[in-house]
Design a protein around this ligand. Structure first.
Ligand code: NAD
Length: 541
C-alpha cells in the first residue's frame, strides 16, 4: 500500500541524505459520517456559517464545523451554569469516579482517538499515543488528588480553640478553556479534567483545525457519567469566540502563543478574573562532556522531533560541550536523517505532517532565512510534498548566528540548531538568554552535577537525561512557564486549586467574644491581649 520515495537530488544541502518516506495510504479514518455526527454536538445555533476542516496528512476534507459567534458563547455559558450548580453539589468522590471511568474508556477506545488525532493534526501515531498516555495518567492523578485536596481543612487562628476556621475550596463556576491545535486531546481535555473534578463546568473553544478529537473525548466523559451540558463546545475564530469566552466565564485556561496570551491577560485583567496561560518557548538542551553519546543523541532526537517539533516543550537549541560536539553532531545528524516520515495512520514512523500551510510556511521561512545568512544544514532542510502537503524533513542546523530569525524566535517545527560551548557557565548564560522559560534539558554522566546545572536554568521544567517527558509527566509537581512562557501552572495541587476560590469560614466562641470585647476599658483590652500574645509565642504550634 505504501511506497518508499526518495525525491531529493544532488543539490540537496544535507550532508547525510534524506529521511526515508512512505506515501499516503488508503482513505482517512474517521470518515465523514463520524465527523458529521461529532459536529452535531457543537453548541452553535443552526444556520451559522461553516468552516471546512482538512487533514494535514492528505489535504482531504475531514469534516465541517459551524463558525460560532459571541451569542453562541453567551448561550453556552448560561446552559453550562445551570448544570454546573448540580455538579458542584455532587460529592467530590462521585466526580472523581467519572474521571476514573474516563481513564478506562480512553485506554479501551484508543484506536478511534488515535485516528482522530492523526487525521486532524497530522502527527505520527506514536506521538498521538503520548496523548492517550497523558489522558490516562492525568485523569487518574486528579481523581486521586481531588478528594484529599478539596476536603475542608481546619486552619490555625489567632485564638486557637476559641476561634475555629475551616478552609473550603469553592468551584469558580464556569471555566473557559481556549486550546491550540498541536495536542488536540491533551490541551483541550487535561486541564478541563482538573476543573471538572473541582466542581466547575467548561465552555471550550478548541482550535478550528482540531475540533473533533475534543468533541469525542468530552463525549467519552459523558459516557463515563459527566452530566450532559456541563461541557459546552463552541467552535469559531479566537478573535470572536475566544474573546467572548473570556468575557463570560469565571476563569480562563489558555494555551497558545505568547502574543495571544498577552491579549488574553489584558482582557482577563479588565474583568478581574483569574487565568492561566501556557505559552511559547525556545527550549534548550545542554549536553555535558561526560554525557553518554548514545543516550544523548537518542534523547535529542526525541526531544527535538517528537510531534514533528510542534510541541511547546520541544528542544530547538542544543548546546554541546565542544569536546563532545564533533562526535555528537555527526551521530545526531545521521540518526535524524534516518528518521522515517509517513502519512499512514499506523505505528512505525517517527515524523508526521506539520499541521497546516501556515506551519509549513513558518518552518520553511526560518530554515531559508538561516541558510541564506550562512547556516549549514546537517540534516533535512526541505519540504516533502511527495509524502503529504505539509511534510517537512527533520532538520539540524549548525553555524546559526544571532542575526538569523530562528536564533531567538520559536520555530515550533522540526528544526534545531547545534551550538558547541566552551564552559558550562557560557552554556547556562546562553540557555537563559531568551525571553522564554518553558522547558529545558541537561544530558550528563554525573547526575549530581547535571542536577546542579538544571537548577541554574530559568525554565519551569528542567529534565535531566530526558528532553521533556519526565517533567511533563511529573504530575504531582507544577508545570508551566517562567518569563514570557506563561502565568500559573498546570499539574500538582496548584493545577487543581486554581479552579477554586478559597473560602474561610471562621466561628467565634462566646469566650472569644468576651475576650475581644474592649467595653469601656480599651487600656485593659490592650493589656489582656499583650499578655496573651507574649504567652502564645511560647506555645507549641
Ligand atoms: P494561538 O495563540 O494562535 O492560538 C491558540 C488558541 O487561541 C486558538 O484556539 C485560537 O483560536 C485562540 N485565539 C486566537 N486569538 C485569540 C484571542 N484574541 N482571544 C482568545 N483566543 C484567541 O496559538 P497556536 O499558534 O494555535 O499554538 C501554537 C503556540 O502555542 C506556540 O507558541 C506554542 O509554543 C504554544 N503552546 C504552548 C503550550 C504550553 O503548554 N505552554 C502548549 C502548546 C502550545
Amino acid at each position: 500500500m505504501t511506497a518508499t520515495t526518495k525525491p531529493r537530488t544532488e543539490s540537496s544541502p544535507a550532508d547525510h541524505g534524506n529521511p526515508a518516506a512512505t506515501a499516503t495510504p488508503g482513505p482517512l479514518r474517521p470518515g465523514r459520517m463520524e465527523t458529521d455526527r461529532l459536529a452535531t454536538r457543537i453548541a452553535v445555533a443552526e444556520g451559522r456559517d461553516t468552516r471546512t476542516v482538512t487533514s494535514p496528512l492528505t489535504g482531504d476534507v475531514l469534516g465541517v464545523v459551524p463558525v460560532g459567534t459571541a451569542q453562541d458563547v453567551e448561550a453556552a455559558v448560561a446552559q453550562c451554569r445551570r448544570v454546573q450548580q448540580r455538579w458542584a453539589a455532587t460529592p467530590v468522590k462521585e466526580r472523581a469516579a467519572v474521571l476514573l471511568r474516563y481513564h478506562d474508556l480512553v485506554l479501551d477506545g484508543q484506536d478511534e482517538l488515535l485516528d482522530l488525532i492523526q487525521a486532524e493534526n497530522g502527527k505520527a501515531r506514536v506521538w498521538a499515543f503520548e496523548e492517550i498516555l497523558d489522558q490516562a495518567v492525568t485523569s487518574h492523578y486528579y481523581a486521586r488528588l481531588a478528594p484529599r485536596a478539596l476536603k475542608p481543612h481546619n486552619r490555625l487562628t489567632a485564638l486557637p480553640g476559641l476561634v475555629t476556621a475551616v478552609e473550603h475550596h469553592v468551584p469558580k463556576g464556569v471555566v473557559g478553556v481556549i486550546s491550540p491545535w498541536n495536542y488536540p486531546l491533551v490541551l483541550a481535555v487535561s486541564d478541563a479534567l482538573a476543573a471538572l473534578v473541582a466542581g466547575n463546568g467548561i465552555v471550550i473553544k478548541p482550535d478550528s483545525q482540531t475540533p473533533f478529537t475534543a468533541i469525542r473525548a468530552f463525549e467519552l466523559l459523558e459516557e463515563a457519567g459527566l452530566p450532559e451540558g456541563l461541557v459546552q463546545i463552541v467552535t469559531g475564530p479566537g478573535s470572536e469566540v475566544g474573546k467572548a469566552i473570556i468575557e463570560a466565564t469565571d476563569y480562563v485556561m489558555f494555551t497558545g502563543s505568547t502574543a495571544t496570551g498577552r491579549s488574553v491577560a489584558r482582557q482577563a485583567a479588565e474583568r478581574l478574573i483569574g487565568f492561566s496561560a501556557e505559552l511559547g518557548g525556545k527550549n534548550a538542551m545542554v549536553v555535558t562532556a561526560d554525557a553518554d553519546l548514545d543516550r544523548s543523541v537518542e534523547g535529542a532526537t526525541v526531544g527535538c522531533f517528537a510531534n514533528t517539533g510542534q510541541l511547546c516543550i520541544s528542544i530547538e537549541r542544543l548546546y554541546v560541550d565542544q569536546a563532545l560536539a564533533p562526535a555528537f553532531t555527526e551521530r545526531f545528524a545521521r540518526r535524524v536523517t534516518a528518521m522515517t516520515m509517513s502519512a499512514e495512520q499506523a505505528y512505525g514512523h517517527e515524523i508526521g505532517a506539520l499541521a497546516s500551510q501556515d506551519q509549513l510556511d513558518k518552518v520553511s521561512a526560518h530554515v531559508d532565512d538561516a541558510v541564506a545568512k550562512g547556516a549549514k544544514v546537517l540534516a533535512g532542510g526541505q519540504a516533502r510534498p511527495d509524502v503529504g502537503p505539509y511534510f517537512y524533513e527533520p532538520t539540524v542546523l549548525a553555524d546559526v548566528t544571532p542575526d538569523m530569525d530562528l536564533y531567538r524566535e520559536e520555530t515550533f517545527g522540526p528544526v534545531v540548531a547545534v551550538y558547541p560551548y566552551s564552559s558550562i557557565d557560557d552554556a547556562v548564560h546562553e540557555v537563559n538568554d531568551t525571553e522564554y522559560g518553558l522547558n529545558a534539558s541537561v544530558y550528563c554522566g554525573d547526575v549530581k552535577a547535571g542536577r546542579a546545572v538544571a537548577e541554574r536554568l530559568m525554565a519551569g521544567t528542567v529534565n535531566v537525561n530526558d528532553g521533556y517527558s519526565s517533567g511533563w509527566a511529573s504530575l504531582g509537581a507544577p508545570m508551566g512557564g517562567m518569563k514570557a512562557s506563561g502565568v500559573g501552572r498546570r499539574h500538582g495541587r496548584e493545577g487543581l486549586l486554581k479552579y477554586t476560590e478559597s473560602q474561610t469560614v471562621a466561628v467565634r466562641s462566646a469566650l472569644a467574644e468576651k475576650l475581644q470585647d474592649p467595653g469601656n476599658d480599651g487600656a485593659g483590652y490592650a493589656r489582656r491581649f499583650t499578655t496573651l500574645l507574649k504567652a502564645a509565642k511560647h506555645l507549641p504550634r
